[in-house]
Design a protein around this ligand. Structure first.
Ligand SMILES: NC(=O)c1ccc[n+]([C@@H]2O[C@H](COP(=O)([O-])OP(=O)(O)OC[C@H]3O[C@@H](n4cnc5c(N)ncnc54)[C@H](OP(=O)(O)O)[C@@H]3O)[C@@H](O)[C@H]2O)c1
Length: 287
C-alpha cells in the first residue's frame, strides 16, 4: 500500500490532544496552526515543561495548555473528549503514558503515535479494545513544514482514522501511507534521510574549504547550490538524471568529478547505509 496526499481546502479535523510538545510535538503544533486548518473543538496540549506549554498555548486562541508539572491529571484532562490524541513523547515513555490516559479516551478517538520503533501491536495492548491506533514517522524538516511523514494504520484503524492522520500530517509536509512492515524501510530513507543530506553538505563544504574558500564562502556556495538544485528539480518537474545530464558536458569538468563519485560506488554506499538503518531498527525493536 502506498498513497500520497496534500492538505486541501475544506479539510476539517476533530479536537486534538497533543501529549508532549518537545521538538516534534512543537513542530506538529506549529504546522497545524500555520496551515489554518479547521479544527473543530480546538487543540489541547500537555507536557510537564511549564514554560513550553505557556509559550505554545499563546500561539493561538484555539490552543489550551495543560501543565503536567503542577497538575497530575493534565494528560487525562487534555484527552477527555478529544477526537485525535497524538502521543509525542520518547519511545520509552509511551507505555506509561498510554496506561495513564486509557480510561479517559472517548469511543471515537484515533490515537496517533510518533514514537520511533514502537509497533502498533505494543500500543494497542495498553489501550481499550475499541481504540484505534495509527503509527506515523515524521522527519525533522517538519519543523519548517517541509517534512515527509510515513503513516501506517494499526489493526483496529479504519479509513476514517487513516484519513485523520493524512489530513493532520499534510499540514507539515508530504505524507505516504505504507503497511507497518514497511515503516523501518521508510525510516531508513525519509526518517534518517535529513541526516544523510546534512552529512553530505558538511563534507561538500570541507571540499570547498580545501579548494581555498573561507568558511563563510563555503557555506554560501554549498548551501546555495544544494538549495538551488532542489528548487530546480521541484520547479521543472524534470528527473534528476535529465537535469544532471544537462549540466554534464562530455569530457568537461562536471563529468570529471562525477566519474570520481561513481568510482567510489556511491550507489552501493547508499544501499548499504539504508540497509544498516533497517537492520538497526529491527535490533532496537527486538530490544
Ligand atoms: N525529533 C524528531 O525529528 C523525530 C522524528 C521522528 C519521530 N520522533 C519521535 O517523536 C517522539 C518525541 O521526540 P522529540 O524529539 O520531540 O522528544 P522531546 O523533544 O524530548 O519531546 C518529548 C516531550 O514530551 C514530554 N513528556 C514526557 N513524558 C510525558 C508525559 N507523560 N506527559 C506529557 N509530556 C511528556 C517531555 O518532557 P521531559 O523532557 O520532561 O521528559 C518532552 O517535553 C519520540 O518518540 C521520537 O521517536 C521524533
Amino acid at each position: 500500500m502506498s498513497e500520497t496526499r496534500n492538505t486541501e481546502q475544506g479539510d476539517v479535523l476533530p479536537s486534538i490532544a497533543l501529549l508532549g510538545v518537545g521538538a516534534m510535538g512543537g513542530a506538529i503544533l506549529h504546522g497545524l496552526v500555520e496551515s489554518g486548518i479547521d479544527i473543530r473543538g480546538g487543540i489541547r496540549i500537555s507536557d510537564q515543561w511549564s514554560e513550553r506549554v505557556s509559550e505554545l498555548a499563546s500561539l493561538h486562541p484555539g490552543i489550551t495548555g495543560y501543565d503536567g508539572s503542577v497538575d497530575p491529571t493534565a494528560n487525562r484532562r487534555a484527552v477527555d473528549g478529544a477526537g485525535i490524541v497524538i502521543v509525542a513523547v520518547k519511545p520509552h515513555q509511551i507505555r506509561d503514558l498510554l496506561r495513564e490516559i486509557a480510561d479517559s479516551l472517548g469511543d471515537d478517538v484515533t490515537v496517533i503515535s510518533i514514537a520511533a520503533g514502537v509497533p502498533t501491536s505494543a500500543l494497542e495492548e495498553h489501550l481499550p479494545e475499541n481504540v484505534a491506533v495509527v503509527r506515523v514517522m515524521p522527519n525533522s524538516p517538519a519543523r519548517v513544514r517541509a517534512g515527509v511523514t510515513g503513516i501506517a494504520p494499526g489493526s483496529r484503524a479504519d479509513g476514517r482514522d487513516l484519513e485523520r492522520a493524512k489530513v493532520l500530517f499534510s499540514t507539515i509536509g508530504d505524507v505516504l501511507v505504507v503497511d507497518e512492515e514497511r515503516i523501518d524501510a521508510l525510516t531508513s530513507i525519509s526518517g534518517s534521510g535529513p541526516a544523510y543530506v546534512f552529512h553530505f553538505i558538511e563534507k561538500f563544504a570541507d571540499a570547498a574549504r580545501a579548494r581555498g574558500f573561507s568558511d563563510e564562502d563555503a557555506k554560501l556556495l554549498v548551501e546555495g547550490t544544494v538549495r538551488g538544485a532542489v528548487e530546480l528539480l521541484t520547479a521543472t518537474g524534470d528527473t534528476p538524471a535529465n537535469l544532471r545530464v544537462q549540466v554534464t558536458s562530455p569530457g568537461g569538468t562536471t563529468q570529471a568529478a562525477l566519474e570520481v563519485l561513481d568510482a567510489a560506488n556511491i550507489d552501493s554506499i547508499l544501499d548499504r547505509a539504508t540497509q544498516a538503518a533497517v537492520v538497526r531498527a529491527e535490533e532496537l525493536a527486538a530490544g
